[in-house]
Ligand binder design. Sequence first.
Ligand code: HEC
Length: 141
Amino acid sequence: MGNKVERFFKIGCFCIMMISALNVGAQNLINGKKIFETRCLACHQSDGGGVPNMNPPLDGSTNVNGKDIARMVKIIQNGYDERVALDGMYYNNAMIAMPDLKEDAIADVLSYIRNSWSNKAGLVTLAEVKKSISKNKVNKK
Ligand code: HEC
């Protein structure tokens, strides 16, 4: 008897955990979309396709789908005007710095761009953003 109740309880807890985990992901992506629309869309466009020769596409970008989260956090916080080849193309606009974007907003917008259009990369957590910021600080010295 006791065992049954315990098992029922454990399964129930597990289900609630899974549902809330999914909800957190969905909520992050909704926030990320809002941030994208207000802060990024003008340059990178709503379809993530960018503007040829000016602003790079985020859709299908090797870097956006890649593992270097710290680089993207740095780009958002400090801006980006390196004029290096991105997937073989050059872009002559400069990305503005956004030092006012909060850490959780950065996590949400990165999660959004990594999971929109044709992109299917992992979500970015607040912890990863925090880790990236301290890593970027150390590398600057
Ligand atoms: C003023 C236009 C502008 C805005 C606004 C802007 N970007 Fe950019 N972004 C650029 C440009 C231009 C580059 C490339 C700069 C270069 O090549 O030197 C870039 C590069 C990037 C890259 C690197 C892409 C790669 O393939 O390596 C990422 C990631 C990125 N932007 C994300 C964002 C996000 C997220 C936002 C909103 C929070 C944003 N950008 C807002 C213009 C912009």
